[in-house]
Design a protein around this ligand. Structure first.
Ligand code: AVJ
Length: 319
């Protein structure tokens, strides 16, 4: 049911994009599929389960930092903004901001329509004073949201180190587009995972319970179920490792044996142990991210971390 309390904008990023991008990605060398396609209903549930894992320090660490910095944020931002959350999913983090920051409007932006609708509906019913909007778009492609100009005091919230999914050049481009969306005059509150001991990173993406493996393999289940394909998820294995040269975790799906897979009217050959690259998760020092932000026209107004410096929450302002 779509609640009338929400203003919903749907740009239909759907199976058309999935088909096109999967076929293009598998035709390339090395083979790759973009991580944004992880988040169907099952994938979003698995990601929520990842966030609860003992090895996955990011979510609870970011939540702890937000709890400690929210009073400072109120000072910087003040009440009655439009809070735009990028990649809102089923986020609980934003509730803390809504309660303390008291924006007048909230807009959830996400590629996953079902999750976006159910989470924004819950926000609308829990916070009757809040004007709630939802925009189902693929923000890696566009940030064009109708009537967006009618809001003036805009603040963007991009939590969870999702920026880590973008190669540095694409990250700069995305931050630039966010700056433009804010009329070059606004704040961006962004969660950024920090460089650290590679053992901590490797176990965060190779959890003992195998949830991350299932999350990675679910991409193939999704392709099998949503596209016309004979792909068999059991013929692949999960792998994830920190690549120190590139400063990123890489996730891949490894072909268990030589095989040919068909997707629609395309066919792809995979050798034994050939990998499909499914995700990068870049890690930064506070200084490195400051440089990246600067290249996009932002300065680091304030940076908060946890005591162990695992994760950071950064308030950026356009210069
Ligand atoms: C949502 C992109 C931040 O990179 O840590 C978690 C996704 N992948 N475990 C991350 C993810 C495997 C996550 N981001």
């Amino acid at each position: 049911m779509i609640s009338s309390a929400i203003q919903f904008y749907d740009a239909h990023p759907g199976t058309g994009d999935l088909k096109r991008e999967v076929i293009t990605g598998l035709a390339g060398t090395p083979k790759a599929i973009p991580p944004k396609f992880f988040y169907d209903r099952r994938g979003s549930e698995l990601f929520d389960a990842i966030c609860e894992l003992p090895e996955y320090y990011q979510t609870r660490t970011e939540m702890g930092i937000l709890r400690n910095c929210v009073a400072d944020l109120v000072e910087h931002i003040g009440p009655d903004c439009l809070l735009v959350e990028l990649g809102s999913g089923a986020s609980k983090k934003v509730r803390l901001l809504l309660e303390e920051l008291r924006p007048s409007s909230y807009m959830g932006v996400d590629i996953s329509k079902e999750f976006l609708l159910s989470s924004t509906e819950m926000l609308a019913s829990d916070y009757p004073w809040l004007d709630v909007h939802a925009a189902c778009i693929d923000f890696s492609r566009t940030l064009d949201i109708p009537h967006f100009d009618t809001f003036d005091h805009k603040v963007a919230f991009f939590p969870g180190s999702s920026i880590g999914n973008f190669d540095p050049d694409d990250a700069i481009n995305l931050l630039r587009r966010i700056a433009q969306m804010m009329d070059m005059n606004g704040h961006l509150l962004i969660g950024v995972d920090l460089k650290k001991d590679s053992n901590i990173l490797n176990s965060a993406y190779n959890d003992a319970a195998g949830v991350t493996a299932e999350f990675n393999l679910n991409l193939l289940t999704r392709i099998r179920d949503e596209l016309d394909s004979d792909i068999d998820p059991d013929a692949f294995k999960h792998t994830a490792f920190y690549n120190p040269g590139r400063g990123r975790i890489e996730m891949h799906l490894v072909s268990a044996h030589p095989q040919r897979i068909r997707i629609e009217d395309h066919s792809f050959e995979l050798g034994a142990s050939e990998m499909i690259h499914t995700e990068n998760s870049y890690k930064y020092t506070v200084e490195e991210f400051g440089e990246l932000a600067a290249a996009a026209g932002f300065h680091q107004k304030q940076v908060w971390t946890d005591d162990a410096r695992l994760f950071s929450v950064q308030l950026l302002k356009t210069v």
